[in-house]
Design a protein around this ligand. Structure first.
Ligand code: DX5
Ligand code: ZN
Length: 229
């Protein structure tokens, strides 16, 4: 899996002009959109739900959208987000009593299956469900807020995840990292084997998101050139 995606997290977008904000980052070269759902229960913050996703799709946004659900209970939300236009649905294992079943619900609803791993949680949580996963979202901050500091231990966990993926026959699982990513983390993350870079405040809170995305794209190009040599 050598595709690399820039996935802006709209948590840091201006919600008053959300459609335009999304259009802008996609036009600037972002590959997908990260949609952070928070419930003030599983995490101490509150964001948006399926109705907002539906509006985004109605606004002619056809790029893949990863719906990162930080809400508990989660099962009943899955069909709603699937219907509203989610491409990936990524959930946290702590948000369900029956992880295996919850992952099946995502698939049955026609979405790609993602599992998020919090900073304190061992990557071994994937061991008995790895064959059901399309995406593993490694949290490099504790979920709930944008603009937090990147937790460096994430690098160790990326390597552990890579080892596990290499042991299975079908290796098509995206490794996504979410939280606190700045430009200086991009090259090390790519070298460690990450496919999806989730970036919120670094993209949306910058003066010009277009220049930032261009800079990141260039770094991805540099990485690819180095890898070929
Ligand atoms: C944290 C969210 C992240 C995060 C990304 O709970 O899942 O998507 O807000 O934003 P930055 O890049 O600002 O950490
Ligand atoms: Zn997220």
């Amino acid at each position: 899996m050598n595709k690399i995606f820039i996935s802006p997290s709209i948590l840091s977008a201006n919600f008053a002009i959300l459609g335009k904000e999304i259009m802008n980052v996609l036009k600037s070269g972002a590959d997908m959109i990260h949609f952070d759902v928070m419930d003030n229960h599983y995490v101490p913050n509150l964001t948006f739900g399926p109705i907002v996703l539906e509006s985004i799709r109605k606004y002619q946004i056809s790029a893949p959208i990863d719906v990162h659900i930080m809400a508990k209970p989660v099962d009943d939300l899955i069909p709603l987000f699937a219907k509203a236009g989610a491409t990936f649905i990524t959930i946290h294992p702590e948000s369900t009593y029956h992880l295996d079943r919850t992952l099946d619900i995502i698939k049955e609803n026609g979405c790609k299956v993602g599992l998020a791993i919090n900073p304190s949680l061992s990557v071994n949580v994937i061991d008995n469900v790895i064959d059901k996963l399309d995406l593993i979202l490694l949290m490099s901050v504790n979920p709930g807020f944008a603009k937090q500091k990147f937790i460096l231990n994430t690098f160790k966990k990326i390597l552990e995840i890579k080892k596990k993926i290499n042991l299975i026959e079908d290796k098509k699982i995206y490794i996504s990292v979410d939280g606190g990513i700045k430009f200086r983390h991009v090259m090390p993350l790519l070298q460690a084997g990450v496919n999806i870079l989730v970036m919120g405040s670094y993209i949306f809170n910058n003066i010009d998101s277009k220049i930032i995305i261009k800079k990141i794209k260039n770094e991805i190009k540099n990485f690819k050139n180095i890898s070929v040599v």
